[in-house]
Design a protein around this ligand. Structure first.
Ligand SMILES: NC(=O)C1=CN([C@@H]2O[C@H](COP(=O)(O)OP(=O)(O)OC[C@H]3O[C@@H](n4cnc5c(N)ncnc54)[C@H](O)[C@@H]3O)[C@@H](O)[C@H]2O)C=CC1
Ligand SMILES: NCC(=O)COP(=O)(O)O
Length: 320
């Protein structure tokens, strides 16, 4: 196969991951990818399964599965602690294959963070932080992107009561720099426009509803404007309507829900999670394991399909 395949991690087998992966295989016959996981977990999902022993054996029609030790059957909605260690090591194996050049990009199916913590003492709050560690503790940002909007939370998977302490000028500047570089490199935007949200209601309303904007956010954004095309801080409640969105290429937000609520409201089906700042390409669907619908034939594969397409587009752009 001329084009290097994308490595897909199976994620949590008891979630909807196997179903959206199988559906993506049917929807994207020309896009080469293989899954790292237990081939048994893909049986009965209306796709031919081909067990491979190396990425270059990836087939264009069947679902190619590189076997990985994730023992036991798939039980939709019922995560098995015995599978947790294998789910985690499949991600590390995929990273090795991408870094070795055997795969062009990584696309991860959803994991259940608590199931991995309970079953394998997984020490990371998500793929994003784990991948940053596997890549050598590099600085990364989590971007969620759909055709209408791109968002980046400057702080990611932390409790709300820690946001104000952990959101420092260094953290925000790093998020802005990685976002700017990613928009240029992976989205082909030469002069990105980056909107920055305030932390507090009404971006602090002149210090009457919080002081971080006046104390440092405003000055930091102004200093970086000539270099990074950023502007703000803006009132977060009014920066996501259609006319406001037309004025920027990405919104850098202060915390997880400030960024993810607008995009998952606008386009839950089509959103893609992409990690910027890694030395390799990683995308993922925007949704989680959806235990409530797993095994019922209700999972919408649109986000998985968009994640695979975005990974392929990014790989092609980087290779050009
Ligand atoms: N990239 C990843 O690994 C991600 C993992 N998660 C994890 O997933 C687990 C469950 O998270 P939740 O907050 O419940 O979010 P969720 O996205 O799994 O489910 C939220 C709602 O959306 C529905 N839904 C999700 N995906 C769908 C699909 N493909 N088609 C149709 N409906 C779908 C579910 O049925 C549920 O009603 C958590 O452990 C969370 O941390 C969440 C987001 C991303
Ligand atoms: N809410 C987004 C999310 O949980 C995805 O996290 P990650 O596993 O991609 O780090």
């Amino acid at each position: 196969m001329a084009e290097r395949p994308i490595a897909v991690t199976c994620g949590e087998p008891s979630g909807v991951g196997p179903e959206v992966i199988a559906a993506a295989r049917r929807a994207l016959p020309d896009l080469p990818f293989f899954v790292i996981g237990n081939p048994q977990h893909f049986m009965g999902l209306e796709v031919d399964v081909q067990v491979i022993s190396a990425p270059e054996e990836t087939s264009g029609t069947a679902l190619s599965v590189l076997p990985h030790d994730i023992p036991g059957p798939r039980r939709p909605g019922l995560p098995d602690p015995a599978q947790a260690a294998g789910i985690v090591s499949a991600i590390a194996r995929a990273v090795e294959l991408v870094q070795d050049g055997a795969a062009s990009a990584l696309c991860t199916a959803p994991i259940h963070k608590k199931a991995l913590k309970d079953g394998a003492e997984f020490a990371y709050p998500g793929h994003t932080e784990y991948l940053a560690a596997l890549a050598g503790d590099v600085d990364v940002v989590m971007m969620l992107a759909c055709p209408e909007l791109r968002v980046v939370p400057a702080t990611i998977h932390i409790a709300l009561d820690r946001v104000a302490q952990e959101l420092t000028p260094d953290v925000l500047e790093t998020a802005l720099r990685i976002t700017h570089a990613g928009l240029r490199r992976d989205f082909g935007i030469d002069r990105p426009r980056i909107a920055v949200a305030g932390l507090n209601p009404h971006a602090g309303e002149g210090g009457t509803m919080g002081r971080q904007e006046q104390e440092w956010i405003d000055a930091l954004v102004t200093r970086l404007t000539p270099e990074l095309g950023c502007f703000g801080p803006l009132s977060a409640d009014t920066m996501f309507h259609a006319k406001a969105r037309a004025g920027y290429d990405a919104a850098v937000c202060m915390y997880h829900d400030q960024a993810l609520i607008p995009i998952k409201t606008i386009d839950f089906a089509g959103g893609v999670n992409v990690t910027l700042g890694l030395p390799f390409i990683r995308t993922s669907p925007d949704h989680g394991t959806a235990f409530d619908i797993a095994g019922k034939g209700l999972a919408d594969p649109t986000s998985m399909i968009a994640a695979l397409r975005m990974a392929a587009d990014m790989a092609a752009r980087r290779a050009a």
